[in-house]
Design a protein around this ligand. Structure first.
Ligand code: SAH
Length: 342
């Protein structure tokens, strides 16, 4: 049923329910990625991105003494480009591919098929999962780019009546609009955790992301491993509304053209790191994408790539793609990287 009809019949829904409705529709129908789609992600900008993640995981694997039976798990792999570059980039790390099985967690069956085509022949043990429930319990490395931003969030706004959940409703003029739930509360932990948040502050809770991080943390505590997750997000609370929609590479009204635009929110890296700390995984860090990629040697890697190329247009493209990933004015600072080992 149309979401507007649903609200008219059954009453308002929360922001989280709204995202839960719009997103599966979007990922199952649209081609979100690349110049002809709605947005471009780092793996599509440069092969070096996936290669760098491969280097990070392979180095951790070597540091751990080259364990012989590991899982590499990618969440929300999109077109599978990141894993292609990851596998190509680590093909020469002795024993690494043979020790690993690859697990892809992807809720859209359309995208699972795209990934299967793109990864055909790159590794003999790749399997797909609709969700986290069927992942193996063994030493695992978890990776994901722009995954957590695609999960539904709940939003709360601080008012004189307490923290009120933000809802989506159909207004008197027949248009959809945002509102606040009439039931607000001063009693939840928000007040103790955010005593100085001024009136009008937003808090955003990504319960699905937290629950996935809990499962990851539990598995790592028991079997060891690590992870690297990259996303646009914040490492300090801004108390702002970060819900956004993007269509054809431009910001778009969240409540217009529902299911045809990508709706996301910035990722709360403080909350994700908090889950690790709660599970006694204290070896984690949050860095900017710029610092993360530079520390792994992205510049050396791009110079190596450039050496093989004589066409100056091609080499300019490579340089500007790498720049786009690390430049603080482009993706370098907005994108954060959470890494952890345990
Ligand atoms: N990592 C890719 C794609 C990012 S888009 C890239 O960087 O290009 C988000 C991806 O997460 C899509 O593949 C989408 O289908 C998938 N996704 C969204 N919600 C999901 C969920 N709940 N479980 C698994 N995958 C999900």
């Amino acid at each position: 049923m149309d979401i507007k009809e649903h609200i008219k019949r059954n009453g308002s829904i929360t922001v989280s329910e709204f995202m839960g409705y719009a997103l599966p529709q979007y990922y199952s129908q649209q081609e979100p990625f690349g110049a002809k789609g709605d947005f471009t992600t780092a793996p599509q900008i440069s092969q070096v991105f996936g290669e760098m993640l491969g280097i990070w995981v392979a180095s951790m694997w070597i540091e751990m003494g080259r364990p012989s039976d590991i899982a590499i798990v990618e969440f929300g792999p999109g077109t599978g480009t990141l894993m292609q570059d990851f596998l190509r980039g680590t093909a020469n790390v002795k024993g690494f591919h043979g020790s690993a099985e690859i697990h892809m967690v992807e809720s859209s069956s359309r995208l699972q098929n795209v990934q299967k085509q793109n990864l055909n022949g790159l590794h003999d043990k790749i399997s797909w999962h609709d969700n986290i429930a069927t992942l193996p319990h063994k030493k695992s490395f978890y990776i994901g780019n722009e995954f957590f931003d695609a999960l539904p969030i709940k939003q709360y706004v601080k008012t004189l009546d307490g923290w009120c959940e933000r809802i989506v409703d159909v207004e008197n003029n027949g248009e959809m609009g945002f509102g606040l739930s009439p039931v607000c509360s001063f009693s939840d932990s928000f007040d103790s955790e955010h005593p100085d948040a001024p009136e009008g502050s937003f808090l955003e809770i990504n319960q699905a992301a937290i629950s996935i991080m809990k499962d990851i943390a539990k598995n790592i505590t028991e079997y060891g491993g690590g992870g690297v997750f990259i996303d646009y997000g914040y490492s300090h609370y801004g108390y702002r509304d970060t819900l956004q929609a993007v269509k054809e590479h431009k910001f778009h009204d969240v409540l217009t053209d529902i299911g045809n635009a990508d709706v996301t929110a910035h990722v709360d890296f403080v909350a994700l790191a908090g889950v690790l700390a709660d599970n006694d995984i204290n070896s984690y860090s949050i860095a900017t994408q710029k610092d993360f990629l530079l520390s792994l040697g992205i510049q050396v890697r791009s110079e190596m790539l450039l050496k093989g190329i004589s066409d100056s247009k091609k080499s300019d493209e490579i340089k500007s793609a790498v720049m786009r990933l690390i430049d603080p004015k482009q993706m370098g600072n907005l994108f954060k990287v959470l890494t952890f080992v345990g």
